[in-house]
Design a protein around this ligand. Structure first.
Ligand code: UT7
Length: 319
């Protein structure tokens, strides 16, 4: 039977760090408020002119190197992003060119903060369907570009970054399963509705969020989808070695871990130093824990995310 397995990870954070104390100088906020409500201390912000594809290039190069492959071994590139370089071409096509990959399928996925889970599931299906062998799956964001830096309810929460994995066809299961959901009727709770038409921006170009609404939705949907993917694989919270959650808010992560009966010592946390990097947050956290040696062969990982759309999902992995 054909399966898919992650054989390399990589990530990249822009050089510039913005601390909560820096934000105190821009908006009416405090480090204590931000840290106590979200668990965030600092975030990285892309330099002027640094695009999603630039961050993706760095993360992807590291993932391909860790996988022991050459860029031209990649036959499918899937980029999850809410902040693409352009309306078109896709960021995946720009990345393909930057990596010097001559021949591949390349496309973007837009599922906001759940984008990486959606992309990973798509890649797994391509491999199991026999249409791809080595897939580059990337989450990359320059969310700083769609933040209103005068809106304290949003600008303190998000950051820029990229994470990537190489998924390879395998005889043994790596991706054990994934469950995805969407509910477009909830789309107004978290959105950036702006679009370009006839050369003008129509609608709201910055992120708008009903924080409390998102919080409640996230806690409920994440534990439900995690239970769903575990049950489908006849597993329980106790079987999980590492939970690698979307890094939006420490309180959401704690609530989800508690519902699954998982101690916080089994959760990979990067929210304090990365903030919410949307589609990039899970592969960034994964790469952190792979490179520091926490994640070991044979262990079971649970990834889960929720985001605008609304979209949410979870994936179960044997490392
Ligand atoms: O990937 C998914 C994306 N988003 C999320 O996951 C976000 C989910 N939601 C959250 O993380 C939390 O709801 C927030 C961190 C956004 C907010 O925390 P909260 O405990 O729900 O605070 P709140 O919205 O109830 O606001 C409490 C107070 C309000 O003042 P009043 O009305 O009580 O006087 C806000 O105006 O805090 C005020 N406030 C701030 N104060 C200082 C809002 N933003 C700030 C700020 N600094 N940055």
């Amino acid at each position: 039977m054909i399966h898919s397995k992650i054989i390399g990870t990589g990530s990249y954070l822009p050089a510039k760090v913005v601390t909560n104390y820096d934000l105190e100088k821009i908006v009416d906020t405090t480090h204590d408020w931000i840290f106590s409500r979200s668990g965030i201390s600092e975030r990285h912000v892309a330099a002027e002119g640094e695009m999603s594809s630039d961050l993706a290039f760095q993360a992807s190069s590291r993932a391909i190197e860790a996988a022991g492959l050459n860029a031209n071994d990649i036959d499918l590139i899937i980029v999850a992003t809410t902040t693409p370089d352009h309306i078109f071409p896709s960021t995946a096509c720009v990345l393909q060119d930057k990596l010097g990959i001559k021949s591949a399928i390349a496309f973007d996925i837009q599922a906001v903060c759940s984008g990486f889970i959606y992309a990973l599931n798509t890649a797994d299906l391509y491999i199991r369907g026999g249409q791809a062998r080595n897939v580059l799956v990337v989450g990359t964001e320059v969310l700083s570009r769609i933040l209103n830096w005068e809106d304290r309810t949003t600008c303190v929460l998000f950051g820029d970054g990229a994470g990537a994995v190489v998924l390879q066809r395998s005889d043994k299961p790596g991706i054990l399963g994934a469950k995805l959901h969407a509910d477009g009727s909830q789309r107004c709770m978290l959105s950036a509705t702006g679009q370009i038409s006839n050369g003008k921006i129509n609608g709201e170009p910055f992120i708008k969020m009903d924080g409390q609404g998102v919080f409640k939705f996230a806690v409920k949907s994440l534990s439900e989808v995690a239970e769903e993917v575990l049950a489908e694989n006849k597993m329980q919270g106790a079987d999980i070695d590492w939970m690698i959650p979307h890094q939006a808010n420490i309180r959401i992560i704690e609530a989800t871990a508690k519902k699954l009966g998982l101690g916080m010592d089994k959760v990979v946390l990067t929210v304090a130093t990365h903030g919410n990097t949307s589609a990039a947050s899970i592969p960034l956290a994964l790469d952190t824990a792979v490179r520091d040696g926490r994640i070991k062969p044979g262990q079971h990982l649970l990834m889960e995310a929720v985001g605008g759309g609304f979209t949410w999902g979870a994936a179960l992995i044997r490392w």
